[in-house]
Design a protein around this ligand. Structure first.
Ligand code: FE
Length: 210
């Protein structure tokens, strides 16, 4: 989750410096009695087990096999969340106003928060390191095709790229295209093909055999 993307040319020790800063902050908060030694672990464990990209993957896989559900997901993401067996609190934890946008043969969507790091936590979990970095936030808006290329996503010039700026009001995420050659897969198998990157628009979904 915290891997750095080499295309953004970070200093090699950037992640180590961030980690040291987070540890120092945690120690200070514990020392001052604001949090306990377990608080951070509990929060991280919550996002490991309850609120993570596995929820988004379930929603997308259902949308791929059920056109009515897909329509609902696109129109009212939170109502669609209510339809599936997902953890309680999907509409809380920064997910009160989630919206999903659909990739097609003509349009490719990418999400960013140009201001800070707004992200649909209930469906995608915590954002990766690079999503919060000013380098990604600035560049994906200015030169999305170049940035996508650095992620290994080569789109034909005929494909329009749309960038969606998440905010405290609306948190965007992406309904990727279902890859060819997956007609025989079950909904569960389809869900396993999905990655957080694909649901942010910086990767395409690939059939396992590719
Ligand atoms: Fe933000």
């Amino acid at each position: 989750m915290t891997s750095l993307y080499p295309g953004f040319r970070y200093d090699a020790d950037k992640e180590a410096i961030s980690e040291a800063r987070a540890k120092a902050l945690e120690s200070l908060l514990i020392e001052k009695g604001v949090i306990t030694g377990k608080t951070v672990d509990q929060v991280l464990s919550y996002f490991d087990t309850e609120m993570g990209p596995f929820n988004g993957a379930k929603l997308v896989a259902r949308a791929w096999v059920d056109p009515e559900f897909k329509k609902l997901l696109l129109e009212d993401c939170n109502a669609a969340c209510e339809m599936l067996d997902l953890p309680n609190g999907m509409s809380g934890a920064e997910g009160e106003h989630m919206r999903i946008v659909e990739n097609t043969a003509d349009v490719h969507n990418v999400v960013v928060c140009t201001l800070c790091s707004c992200y649909p936590w209930p469906t995608l979990g915590l954002p990766p390191y690079w999503f919060k970095d000013p380098t990604f936030r600035a560049r994906v808006v200015r030169e999305p095709r170049v940035v996508l290329g650095e992620f290994g996503v080569q789109l034909s010039d005929s494909v329009n790229i749309r960038i969606w700026d998440s905010s405290a009001q609306i948190r965007w995420w992406v309904l990727p295209m279902r890859p060819e050659g997956t007609e025989s897969l079950s909904e569960e198998e389809l869900a396993k093909l999905l990655t957080p990157e694909a649901m942010m628009g910086v990767a395409l979904v690939k059939a396992k055999s590719e």
